[in-house]
Design a protein. Structure first.
Length: 164
């Protein structure tokens, strides 16, 4: 009798393992499809930014700044946006960790053009609410404040990396 129960139990465990593996494979497939869709969306966004950087008439469509921004400066802002969005995308799809993202952003925040872009687009981020992107935007805001307040020339150690 004990042998029969063991055999039935073993079969049930095997079926349970197969079902669990199928569920994991489905979840992985779903994540891969989501990553592909995000990557395609990112590629399209980048293509549109490149067109706007090349053509002042198209850049005018993206001019939603609160002050007058010369076209050459707009192109720089569009490029700064492309760099920022590229780092966010890498984080979203799992190519870089949150700490690595923080490191990339800390480097970007060393650049005056990026900081000017960040300030000029502050009102754009106000509509993000409590989204993940808003949270990352607040991380950049804090990083800029930390860099401004730092009393060291060693900018690469400034700021509190996020908890993973």
């Amino acid at each position: 009798m004990a042998t029969q129960k063991c055999g039935v139990w073993g079969f049930g465990t095997t079926v349970g393992s197969v079902i669990a593996a199928a569920g994991a494979a489905f979840a992985l497939g779903t994540q891969l499809r989501r990553n592909r869709a995000q990557s395609e969306r990112h590629r399209l966004h980048f293509d549109l930014l490149c067109k706007a950087m090349d053509d002042p008439a198209l850049a005018a469509v993206l001019d939603t700044y609160e002050t007058e921004v010369p076209i050459d400066r707009q192109r720089q802002f569009l490029f700064a946006n492309a760099l920022y969005i590229n780092a966010l995308h890498a984080h979203r799809i799992g190519a870089i960790s949150r700490n690595e993202l923080f490191g990339h952003l800390r480097v970007m925040c060393q650049n005056r053009v990026f900081r000017d872009y960040w300030e000029a687009t502050r009102h754009h981020r106000a509509s993000l609410g409590e989204s993940r992107e808003a949270e990352l935007g607040r991380m950049v805001d804090q990083l800029i404040r930390d860099l401004d307040d730092a009393d060291t020339e060693e900018w690469w150690v400034v700021g509190e990396p996020p908890v993973e």
